[in-house]
Design a protein around this ligand. Structure first.
Ligand code: TAP
Length: 454
């Protein structure tokens, strides 16, 4: 049996050795999901809801264990890892209300009436990246299960530990055999098989835009349903009339959270020229204050990058002679550390400004006026997230409408909440997750005409 090794990114020590699922084992899991499908679909809405709540309770009861696995296997600071485990439980609980509210419509038509039903789409393949192993698993899992679909999850090869444990907790909570399975292994093997197998009726993919394109092409062959959550290069837009102190104090969190390995990272800070120097003066101490170090310590705010390869990739965006304005700190010694880095002034064609770095590197760029800010913000193939800082309500709304991106926050650095829809514009993705309408992505609308005669 082939295996792979999970390393602790903060120490480079081995945390676990995990079996790598083969194509044959993937097919066997799909067969188990097929066997479970009808009973799960037909389960009473209240029963499905109760099982989701029991699952959420089991996750809650194991918060510390799950957080410990994410600290060791992914290098996430423990406070963040606890929040992530809680997010899984909250999302399961939020969608546990959905099975009892899967309403259809009745539509009067000549000669009768039409009724619609929201039918589960079928087996869902959930392909998860390494940057947020728990929340991204939960965002697909909650609505997919609530809608009556069996789910097979493929965690990222580097970070499978929490998904494996959450799969066990689902069984302990009473989810029937085959309803939720976790298959650790390679994207090119397990992920590809989920895309290619005809019994899998929907793929939920979160990851790079490049792999997303391949998956979209693979799904096209079978006209398979697909949700894509892909890369980002989001702008944090600071107008001269903003609360500059607050904008500067939170800008590090907006880009350096999870060591910048965040699709929503505001990795371009656009600042109105008249306040540029003042903003930079306030940003510098905020960046230097970021507590980078041992993820197991409760006061740590930023941990290491995921791997040596990824650190080399991030470092390539800050070559010798790069326009480094200032940097935060990072530990020496073992671990894939990279200090928070602020670049200014950057050339418009600098890859650190145009490409997704996926590390703690931010470029700060001046703009002249509102039109210029919108033009710069939109000058990217991505459209995932962003922030707007201004005291002018009209401008906040105008710029929110003009920036081509799926999730924005005004006078706040964060825009992801499970109560609200989440997803990207342009090459950042296809389809929406989270929020009250997420079940639309996991159901098909069936339309039935009933003739009433005379
Ligand atoms: P990818 O390399 O794209 O990998 C994502 C997942 O796809 C992994 O589980 C991977 O497996 C699997 N995979 C790789 N090749 C595959 C194939 N041919 N068929 C099926 N599955 C395959 O991304 P990553 O580096 O893990 O994640 C970082 C990227 O994800 C960034 O671009 C980031 O912006 C994006 N992201 C987006 C969002 C949202 S919500 N928009 C959230 C988080 C991350 P292996 O682990 O075996 O490679």
């Amino acid at each position: 049996m082939s295996t792979f090794t999970v390393l602790n990114p903060a120490t480079e020590e081995t945390v676990a050795t995990v079996p790598s699922t083969s194509v044959e084992e993937t097919d066997a899991a799909i067969a188990r999901a097929v066997a479970a499908r009808e009973a799960w679909r037909a389960a009473g809405p209240g029963d499905r809801a109760a099982l989701l709540r029991a699952f959420a309770d089991a996750v809650d009861a194991h918060t510390e264990e799950l957080a410990g696995l994410e600290v060791a296997g992914s290098g996430h600071p423990v406070g963040q890892a606890r929040w992530e485990a809680g997010n899984v439980a909250n999302v399961l609980r939020y969608y546990s209300a959905a099975p009892e509210r899967l309403f259809g419509k009745q539509i009067p038509v000549p000669g009768g009436v039409n009724v619609t039903f929201q039918e589960p789409v079928g087996i869902v393949g959930l392909i998860v990246p390494w940057n947020f192993p728990m929340p991204i698993l939960g965002w697909g899992l909650g609505p997919a299960l609530a809608a009556g679909n069996p789910v097979i999850a493929k965690p990222a090869e580097r970070t499978p530990l929490t998904a494996i444990r959450i799969g066990e907790l689902a069984r302990e909570a009473g989810l029937p055999d085959g309803v939720f399975q976790v298959l650790p292994g390679k994207g090119s093997v397990v992920g590809q098989r989920l895309v290619d197998h005809e019994a899998v009726r929907k793929i939920v993919f979160t990851g790079s835009t490049e792999v997303g394109r391949q998956i979209m092409a693979g799904c096209a062959r079978q006209v398979k349903r697909l949700t894509l959550e892909l890369g980002g290069k989001s702008a944090n837009i600071v107008f001269a009339d903003a609360d500059l102190e607050q904008a500067a104090a939170t800008a590090p969190q907006a880009v350096f959270d999870n060591a910048g390995q965040d699709c929503c990272a505001r990795s371009r800070i656009l600042v109105q020229r008249s306040v540029f120097d003042r903003f930079m003066e306030m940003l510098e101490p905020a960046v230097k204050r970021v507590a980078v170090g041992d993820p197991a310590r409760p006061d740590t705010e930023m941990g290491p990058l995921i791997s040596a390869e990824h650190r080399a990739r991030v470092a390539s965006y800050v070559p010798a002679g790069a326009p480094v304005a200032f940097r935060g700190s990072a530990p020496d010694g073992p671990g894939y550390w990279f200090a928070p880095t602020v670049l200014a002034p950057v050339r418009p064609d600098d890859p650190a400004y145009t490409e997704e770095v996926f590390g703690p590197v931010v470029a700060v760029v001046p703009f002249e006026d509102e039109a210029d800010a919108v033009k710069l913000a939109n000058d990217t193939p991505y459209g995932l997230s962003g922030s707007i800082w201004t005291q002018n309500l009209g401008r906040a709304l105008r710029v929110s409408r003009a920036v081509e991106t799926g999730n924005l926050s005004v006078n706040s650095h964060s825009s992801v909440r499970y109560w609200t829809p989440f997803g990207g514009f342009k090459q950042s993705g296809l389809g929406r997750e989270l929020g009250p309408d997420a079940l639309d992505a996991f159901t098909e609308t069936k339309n039935v005409f009933i003739a009433t005669g005379e």
